[in-house]
Design a protein around this ligand. Structure first.
Ligand code: ADP
Ligand code: XUL
Length: 548
């Protein structure tokens, strides 16, 4: 029976899932996660991010990711999983982050010594010690310059699938090339987090797949290859420094001798890694049009499957490649789990307490709106973080808990309208998807049935499923994706969360108030006061239920 391993290097930690497949018999045989902060305190990360004086800057440590990969492979090796049956390994990683390697990297990757820990062999490999990650918002200037050079935001979006975004890799590369020309001159290869980790496994430079490549503002979204105009607009001689772009199912090579000799793995195929959202698309079973998933991880994302690229005319969303060879649409809000945690901690709550408040406070109470921009926001674009409260008392814990979740769901709904999907079912994934009270708000705001999935970490599962698909393909068997995912992406039927008609109606009204508050806060609309007052008149605020 074949075993396939999926790895997921997310913002906050590393996970692994192994699945066993024997025809109709399919099961998960191993699952493990650890957090970077707890496992590797010497890197001094907080939620996986290095300390920074500039609130717009967010970076992590590529050496830490390498050490984490080494640690996880050691854990898998000792887990009792039959290593000789692991046929292929694929991975998922936080998107957009970039790793800058020197020319020494090629030799170092090829010659990893199994008698010494991986990180001890990476001295001289990094042209830049830090890797800017998706939470970075410090490249507004570079975004503007790239946009101008390519002919405006609409032209860039048509070419690459997105207008320029601060966290995208192209603007990040441009900033590095401008601010540290010597460091950029030392840079022989710029990898994404995904292709960097795949390179370590294969002992050679891995390609970038179109799922993750589309998050760079550098890839031609329809040709799935580098877009010369975007490369030229970004940095000198960039084409020389980028890996190739190859389909998501590409075999990068065999697992390098380092892993086989050090831990006893077999010569499994290493499959190209992809971004966490493209992998989640597979891990939530979205391989046809008309369904969407919402991931409540560090970021909140909403995504769906597309046959053809479809560009968001409002400029808020993205088109990425899907690991099936098709496309996916996505919107991403940065103030996701960490904003919920901020509100939870402000009122000294644990998650049970947070959920209790969600149960106690009725939906849309008093038309209160919070704009939870604790940190710079991606959707809508906000570079000066500020938390706005309309009709909401900052010291009222229960009301703030409900308001933060409502705002997050309303923002996802508002900014995903361009996708044109009539959402009837949502697959919920990511750390906060285990919270049924949050899922109830999701169901009510989107007027959709919400399902939790049996495997919560859909990005990691998606990576394991991609390993299975690619291995079959390499063996000459092109499996339909429906067959690949079968048995693994089952929604938990008893965990279906249904929308409540009365709440749906309220949220349809509140959405208009939210939109007005958002426009006002962005300086693009007049005061939402009258709308708020009218909402309150129609829905007078009752007392909160007593708690015994
Ligand atoms: P990532 O993959 O981006 O690293 P995860 O998908 O693992 O993140 O989600 C981690 C987040 O899940 C934590 O930051 C935490 O806020 C959130 N979380 C965990 N348990 C709960 C819960 N019961 N209710 C709400 N949020 C939760
Ligand atoms: C997507 C995005 C985040 C990261 C981290 O565009 O920026 O979802 O992939 O999970």
């Amino acid at each position: 029976m074949a075993i396939y391993l999926g790895l997921d290097c997310s913002t906050q930690g590393l996970s692994a899932i192994a699945i066993e497949v024997d025809g109709e018999e399919r099961r998960m045989v191993f699952e493990r996660s650890f957090s970077f902060d707890e496992t590797f305190p010497r890197y001094r990360t907080s939620h996986g991010v290095l300390p920074s004086d500039d609130p717009l800057v967010a970076a992590s440590s590529p050496v830490m990711w390498a050490e984490a990969l080494d640690r996880m492979m050691g854990i898998v090796a000792k887990s009792g999983v039959d290593l000789s049956r692991i046929r292929a390994i694929a991975g998922s990683a936080q998107q957009h982050g970039s790793v800058y390697l020197t020319a020494q990297a090629t030799g170092a990757l090829a010659g990893l010594d199994p008698t010494r820990p991986l990180v001890d062999q990476l001295a001289g490999v990094f042209a830049r010690a830090e890797a800017p990650i998706w939470m970075d918002a410090s490249t507004a200037e570079q975004c503007a310059a790239i946009t101008d050079a390519v002919g405006g935001p609409a032209a860039l979006a048509r070419l690459t699938g997105s207008r320029a975004f601060e966290r995208f890799t192209g603007p990040q590369i441009r900033k590095y090339a401008e601010q540290d020309p010597a460091g950029f001159a030392r840079t022989d290869r710029v990898h994404l987090v995904s292709s960097f980790l795949a390179s370590l496994l294969a002992g050679r430079h891995a390609p970038i797949d179109p799922g993750d490549g589309a998050g760079m503002n550098l890839m031609d979204i329809t040709r799935r290859d580098w877009a010369p105009a975007a490369l030229e607009a970004t940095a000198p001689y960039l084409w020389r420094r980028l890996p190739t772009i190859a389909p998501s199912w590409s075999v990068v090579g065999e697992l390098a001798p380092y892993w086989r000799e050090r831990y006893g793995f077999s010569a499994a195929r290493v499959i190209a890694w992809s971004g966490d959202n493209p992998c989640s698309l597979i891990g939530t079973g979205i391989v046809t049009e008309g369904r969407v998933a919402i991931s409540l991880g560090t970021s909140d994302t909403l995504f769906g499957f597309l046959r053809e690229p479809r560009i968001d005319p409002t400029g808020a969303g993205h088109v990425f490649g899907a690991p099936t060879g098709d496309y996916m649409s996505l919107v991403c809000c940065r103030n996701g789990s960490l904003a919920r945690e901020r509100v939870r901690n402000m009122f000294d709550l644990d998650w049970d307490g947070f959920s209790r408040h969600l149960r106690d406070v009725p939906p849309a109470r008093g038309g209160a709106i919070m704009l939870p921009w604790f940190e710079a926001e991606i959707t809508p674009p906000v570079l000066d973080p500020e938390v706005w409260r309309f009709g909401l008392d900052a010291v009222n814990g229960p009301a703030n808990v409900r308001a933060v979740v409502e705002a997050q769901m309303l923002a996802l709904a508002l900014h995903s309208r361009w996708m044109g999907v009539d959402v009837e079912t949502i697959y919920a994934t990511g750390g906060a998807a285990r919270n049924r009270e949050i899922l109830q708000v999701m169901a009510d705001v989107h007027d959709a049935d919400v399902y939790q999935l049996e495997v919560g970490n859909s990005a990691c599962l998606g990576a394991a499923l991609r390993a299975y698909h690619a291995d079959e393909l390499a063996n000459g068997r092109a499996m339909p994706w429906e067959d690949v995912i079968e048995g693994f992406v089952e929604p938990v039927a008893e965990a279906r969360v249904r929308p409540v008609a009365e709440h749906v109606a309220l949220y349809a009204e509140l959405a208009r108030v939210y939109e007005a508050c958002e426009a006002y806060a962005l300086g693009a609309g007049s005061s939402p006061r009258d709308l708020l007052v009218a909402f309150r008149q129609r829905h007078p605020v009752g007392p909160l239920p007593e708690r015994g």
